[in-house]
Design a binder for this molecule. Structure first.
Ligand code: NAD
Length: 255
């Protein structure tokens, strides 16, 4: 049984889907969990769910694009707990489009959250981690950060960047006691996927096609991604840094 007893953890985008599952899994493993999200109502709901099962969680509003939010979150975590052990950069947004249908504004919108926001919140906590000689960062990339996906030009562009950022940071900070890894899920049944499906003329057909891209023919549950985050966040993975943890039902195995 992997445990996160006494670890101070923070999850971005923890009001929904994969982020909520990670926050709940961390709390079950004994962690102190800072639930953050741009959407306060959903973040507060995650905290209530955790509190309802005896876990230790608090909510802080965080739009990863907002400098004032990032500084306030860092200050509150350090003031209350004195440190952050594990940062999970999960917040992300998607878009359906090719090079013909994706505008530069679409690209900027995804980049601002998926890359710029992820790096900026990491930079808020990194100096203190380096000073302590300890830190663990888990980035939510995607299968779309390892192989191209049809009709996901902007999304894949940002997720390839997350993989590059993860590997570069892992090298830069390995000797400072900091591990940096990313998770690359295939399709996961969350509101994020529901939103993409709604962009297709025939959502039912699109759903079946999405399931078929996984070699095992189904989407993942958010908890199946959270279990990987738990491993990477824990001391069980102490030799693991700079890796892309594929959780894609075999999608990338044949590529
Ligand atoms: P989701 O839409 O269910 O949840 C995303 C959460 O991020 C929401 O609570 C939302 O409010 C929050 N968020 C959005 N913009 C934000 C911002 N600017 N600042 C802070 N929070 C913000 O999505 P999900 O499916 O749980 O996806 C979570 C992560 O996993 C994303 O990075 C996504 O790219 C990645 N991912 C998802 C899938 C999938 O199939 N669902 C597959 C691969 C990767």
């Amino acid at each position: 049984m992997i445990d996160l007893q006494d670890k101070v953890t923070l999850v971005t985008g923890a009001g929904s889907g994969i982020g909520r599952a990670i926050a709940e899994t961390f709390a079950k493993a004994g962690a102190r969990v800072w639930v953050t999200d741009v959407d306060a109502a959903s973040g507060e709901e995650t905290v209530s769910r955790i509190a309802g099962s005896g876990g230790n969680a608090s909510f802080l509003a965080l739009d990863v694009r907002d400098q004032a939010d990032r500084a306030a979150v860092r200050d509150e975590v350090h003031r209350t707990d004195g440190r952050l052990d594990v940062l999970v950069n999960n917040a992300g947004v998607g878009h359906v489009g090719t090079a013909l249908t994706t505008t530069l504004e679409d690209l900027d919108r995804l980049h601002d959250v998926n890359v710029r926001g992820l790096l900026a919140i990491t930079q808020a906590f990194l100096p203190h981690m380096v000073e302590r000689g300890a830190g663990n960062i888990v980035n939510m990339a995607s299968i779309g950060g390892v192989v191209g996906i049809r009709d996901r030009l902007a999304y894949c562009t940002t997720k390839f960047a997350v993989v590059g950022l993860t590997k570069s940071m892992a090298l830069d900070h390995a000797m400072q006691g900091i591990r940096v890894n990313c998770i690359c899920p295939g399709r996961v049944e969350t509101p994020f996927v529901q939103a993409r499906l709604a962009e297709y003329p025939d959502p039912k057909k699109a759903y079946e096609e999405m399931c078929a891209t996984q070699a095992n023919g189904r989407m993942a549950a958010p908890s199946e991604i959270a279990d990987a985050a738990l491993y990477l966040a824990s001391d069980a993975s102490s030799m693991v840094t700079g890796t892309c943890f594929m959780i894609d039902g075999g999608w990338s195995a044949g590529k």
